[in-house]
Design a protein around this ligand. Structure first.
Ligand code: HEC
Length: 111
């Protein structure tokens, strides 16, 4: 009986730690990972920002991106994408991007 008790405690511990792992992995998959960001970039932003179509600042044009980030600030840039600009459609063709995703996309393009 004593042995059984120890076993159930142990089972409970194992169970709760695997629950923790599940919760952790769920919260981690809800945010976009680095691989997702490059995928999202390719799906949404690349159409214009890869080639500089419509005068969009090109991905990898660090100097220009850094200047813009310094000049306007990241929150303003995120708002520009969300609201759209003269040539850029609102959301930049991404339907499910969060502010955090936009920030990561902008940082991704500025490298
Ligand atoms: C249809 C073309 C197009 C797509 C798609 C697009 N952009 Fe743009 N983007 C532009 C153009 C063009 C500009 C320059 C401003 C203007 O003329 O609209 C711009 C400007 C920007 C700016 C600078 C904003 C500012 O305040 O100066 C940011 C940041 C940006 N884009 C991010 C993104 C992100 C992130 C995505 C993908 C989620 C994206 N863009 C998708 C065309 C596009």
């Amino acid at each position: 009986m004593r042995l059984l008790n120890i076993n159930t405690t142990k089972t409970r511990q194992v169970l709760s730690s695997s629950m923790m792992a599940l919760v952790l992995s769920l919260t981690m998959t809800s945010g976009h990972t680095a691989a997702d960001i490059s995928q999202t970039y390719n799906d949404s932003c690349a159409a214009c920002h890869d080639s500089g179509a419509l005068n969009a600042i090109k991905k990898g044009d660090s100097a220009q991106w850094q200047r813009l980030i310094k000049q306007k600030g990241m929150p303003a840039l995120i708002n520009s994408v969300k609201g759209g600009m003269i040539q850029m459609p609102a959301g930049g063709l991404c339907n499910n991007c969060s502010d955090d995703d936009y920030q990561k996309l902008i940082e991704y393009m500025s490298k």
